[in-house]
Design a protein around this ligand. Sequence first.
Ligand SMILES: [Fe+2]
Length: 297
Amino acid sequence: MSNTEINLKSLIGDNTREEFLKLLKSRTPFISHGNTESLKDLMSLPFLYSVESLAACWRDTVDVFNPKIADEISKTSIPPEDALHEYNNGSCILFNDVNRIIPEFDIWNQQIRREIGFSELTYVRNLVYATPAGKGNAPHFDQNFNFVIQLEGTKKWWLAKNNTINNPMTRHVIGQPADHELESYTAKQFPESFPTDCTEYILEPGSILFVPRGVWHMTEAVTDAVSFNFTFTPPTWIDIATTALREKLSHSEKWRESAIIDDKGPHNSEFNKLLNALSADAEHWKSVDFLEITEHQ
Ligand SMILES: [Fe+2]
């Protein structure tokens, strides 16, 4: 396998990197069709030729979605031959973290990550979804950015702007309980049904759909359909700051002390001393002090 054929350019079509970053930052989806030639290093891989060929070489469990919920929040993990049986009986199945079994994918993943400018702390993975005709995903948004490549069949996607929360740190499925932390920083109520002002996209083999973080989406396969995802979960500035701060503070014996909440409860003089010293130090902090810790390339 070549390690240079799939890069950011392969995924963003006619957009320049700068144009793509504008779309990413403004949470604007885009689709391009007819990329079979530029994606041939991916699409011509023998094990991606069909669901059967992928199941035959898969050495791990496969996720099968509960048809009533049609989302990864309700799934079972079963051997590939059983999953194939479920797929043939009308269930959506997911081959998770395909890059674990094909390490060369990580060369592409990391190259694309660097080209976009996502941190080294980004969680990058590849997923293969097999969806029987008439089935699809329940309406939801994700905390990650997705490039969806249609390998086989036709699938409809509906995307809609998220007017409830920007930059969510966890995903949410309409009609399901919200994550506790997500709810804590979301002032509005989540909608109870998919927004009506949505856009429909029809993916055929060779189509690429960019689904930005937080955008509502739901799907339905027109025919049996197989898609391959490049999924990027970059750290937020919160993650960068807390990761680097932990590293900085770990050099202090005082900060490494086991926290003991004494009789004064939250009014702890030792901890106050540490915080006062930290806030005095914080005045001099620069981004480089943090990014030198998290980024090594
Ligand atoms: Fe999703």
